[in-house]
Write a protein of this length. Sequence first.
Length: 298
Amino acid sequence: MMPKKILFIASLVLCSAFLKVQAATWVVSYPGALYEGDERHKYPEALLKLALEKTGVRYEMRASSRVKYQSKALRQLRENLEVNVVWSMTDKQRESDLLPIRIPITKGLIGWRVLLSHKSKPFYEKEITSMEELLVYSPVQGVDWPDTKILQANGFNVLAAQNHVEAANLISRQQADFYPRSVIEVLPELSAENADPDVLLKPGVALHYKTAMYFFVNKRNVTMARLLEVGLQRAIEDGSFDALFYEYHGEMLDKIALDERLHFELENPLLPINTPVYDADYWYQPAQSAAKREDARQ
């Protein structure tokens, strides 16, 4: 009789915990936009909202006005201050410090890189046909970005900048040959009001390395992590994840046309072992793009 009584009590506790989760209003705080009109925030915010809606919980979303830069956001999340959800590219250190929801929110697009260059640099006009030719030139990246270590591990002589603004300035001053930017970042940056008109997207070439952008929470916030995981998985299963993804990224993918570019595959030594690399539903494949975009629109 004792085991049945214990099981009954445990069931009551679990039911009570579930009802509390459903009844509570979840305040979800995340980093604010870096600047007014920052388009990069719109999709992660919309996906976060979709995931929460799929769980059925009551929630309130708040963008922090005091936490904007990624390095500060990750530090504040680790210390459980100001924000309780951050989206960021993963690496081993971040997964050690924080709790990742291992569903790539941009379907791996953060690892598809196109190259910005000043039109007066020889690199811009150079036809690149091999990795050996590309390694002759020097890219710029942020000093504390995972991408810097990935590029260095693949043989590039990387110039380090303190942040995106400094990296963009190095390209404008022709002190670096190219600036690899994720396909989800590059077009809004090129069309920004303060963009240098002499910095252009090099045609015909792209880089790719397997990586993911995740929602992260504090390591102790297991319930929040589970809520987001359930919501995202439900959105994948009912097609609303893909619909939202192509709503925000479809036109951009048409313009950049990754399937028409020669791309060089890079190794990512920072990729955590638990990355779901074999789950096809999680990743964007250029060859399948047109069909999937059409399915998502229907």
